[in-house]
Design a protein around this ligand. Sequence first.
Ligand SMILES: [Mn+2]
Length: 474
Amino acid sequence: MAYDDLRGFLDALDEAGQLLRVTEEVRPEPDIAAAANAAPRLGDAAPALYFDNVRGFTDARIAMNVHGSWANHALALGLPKETPAKEQVAEFIRRWDRFPLAPEWREDPPWAQNTLEGDDVDIFRVLPLIRLNDGDGGFYIDKAAVVSKDPDDPENSGKQNVGVYRIEVKGKRKLALQPVPMHDIALHLRTAEERGEDLPVAITLGNDPVVTIAASTPMKYEENEYELAGALRGAPAPIAKAPLTGLPVPWGSEVVIEGVIEGRKREIEGPFGEFTGHYSGGRSMPVIRIDRISYRTDPVFEHLYLGMPWTECDYLIAANTAVPLYKQLKADFPEVQAVNASYTHGLVVIVSTKKRYGGFAKAVGLRVLTTPHGLGYATTVIVVDEDVDPFNLPQVMWALSTKMNPSGDLIRIPNLPVVELAPQANTPGVVDKLVIDATTPVGADRRGNYGNQVRDLPEAAEWLTRLQALAARR
Ligand SMILES: [Mn+2]
């Protein structure tokens, strides 16, 4: 079952008993964020929340926690809502084999119904903005898919990008966006700034649930997110041309915000309560000028609460972080059995693998650190034997308890890159990383004695003299 827009998915959630409508009047702050904070505490079958009676707003419609349980994640993928997390990851891996599946251009997108342009742009008229955590520096948009192109190669669809980034609302037509250096949009912006240009962007909000999953997947730079969305849906992802920038945007979005990241301009953004369960402070970030907003009549504002795990964010980026890591590791090391990167956006990664020879598990662990995800996130890697299930934490703890010998099984590598948001780093953005080998030790593959040095044959000196004499006579 493929959903072409958020509304279709909300209806499906409703039918499956996975949408809770809060019909009594609520305060925009702190009720909506607090409810979304609490929702995942209902367990792995927690529902999405829908608010349409918000004090101070006449027509606000706010959807929270849409991906915020394994049940909802399963329904997003068209699976039965009881599907266990591990089986959802396995199915995700199978569907990835259909990648790439090209998107389908469609006419008459629903978001073309209403438009604000130029000086008429006023984001406050379109979105019922609310703060999420009480230490946040302002209103945030944190579940939008941001579309951009590589300025050096704009027609290369592989180099186009659709990604979820945190965005602070700075004014009626001004936003600030955090491009984490390891993410594709940071490359686009750097290229634009080197060319002395602004970077056109389309910020699409209220998307079908699979677009959001694909946009928050750590794919390789040249892999196209819509082509992954198609593979996951089992049908081409419907897209349409954004009217001002021409960027390919989801056909079914509720809101499409177009504008530019203004080259070489930075302003203070933050603080913001992050996926790490910690605030990140105010930092200098690029600024977006909004030039056009297109939106469906009575748009649904889809928002995401994040804070101390588990929140919706953790359900949204568990499977889609583990699967590309698994695929990338498997390509180099077919012995890899499973990857679990579900914890705090995969700052910890657990890998199970067979071993070819002594030291092999450590090599697999080190490889994790240089994948697209590993560069920015994986900080501790735990490697376990093939008979330990990375999704079974008691088994992982057993391996740590009995197989890991600190004398040789802890590899610490100083000063590797990490997202600046990682709170454990002494210097933001740089951290020591750790590979823990919790596999059964395998000895070196010794065939014969390699301890004896090969020395010159006794006749070699005489032969050298003979060869020199022969060479001189030529
Ligand atoms: Mn990308």
